[in-house]
Design a protein around this ligand. Structure first.
Ligand code: ZN
Length: 184
């Protein structure tokens, strides 16, 4: 198992999160190793997606793993390990829902995304695949593909009032707290 260090916006070397990542010219053993280490890192976090810039590799590689059935934890997951993913169709039917990011600890946002997408990419064997996804899986794919262009979910929210965090109140209850820009 290869665990990689996740870069966060709090790190001094966080500029990699803002770069446009380079395409993969060929899915070789080095790329497969990166994909596999990214899966280990995503599952360890735990998270549902990870993009290579988040592990300081500025290349167009993402991994996504979401449940097949949200009501049945035993139904398993669908795992994608993709190079050069691109959105070739989007539903243009937008819904706002909650997102978080391993590179932005403790922050949540209600982010508008297409409800369905088709993504073309190279899989772990280097074959071209097309993935039709909807709902949460589509959202995670779009979130991870954004990372390849240096875009974070905080760039996609329609206002600061869409960003929030969670805190425990005095009674041990978890409460939603609006994000406030730290004062200087
Ligand atoms: Zn993210």
């Amino acid at each position: 198992m290869g665990l990689l260090t996740v870069v966060t916006v709090r790190d001094d070397d966080d500029l990699v999160l803002r770069e446009t990542a380079e395409p993969v010219s060929r899915v070789d053993d080095r790329v497969r190793r990166l994909m596999d280490d990214m899966v280990d890192t995503m599952r360890d976090a735990p998270g549902v997606g990870l993009a290579a810039p988040q592990v300081a590799e500025s290349v167009r590689v993402i991994v996504v793993e979401t449940p097949l059935d949200y009501d049945d934890p035993d139904a398993g997951t669908r795992l994608h390990q993709l190079a050069n993913p691109e959105v070739v169709w989007r539903s243009d039917d937008i819904v706002e829902d909650q997102e978080a990011c391993l590179s932005i600890p403790d922050l949540y946002g209600d982010v508008p995304r297409d409800t369905a997408v088709r993504v073309r990419a190279l899989d772990r064997e280097g074959h071209t695949v097309e993935i039709d996804a909807e709902g949460f899986e589509a959202r995670v794919l779009l979130h991870e593909i954004d990372h390849l262009d240096g875009v974070l979910f905080t760039d996609r929210v329609t206002g600061l009032d869409k960003l929030y965090t969670f805190r425990e109140d005095g009674n041990g209850q978890t409460v939603r707290v609006a994000y406030s820009v730290p004062s200087i």
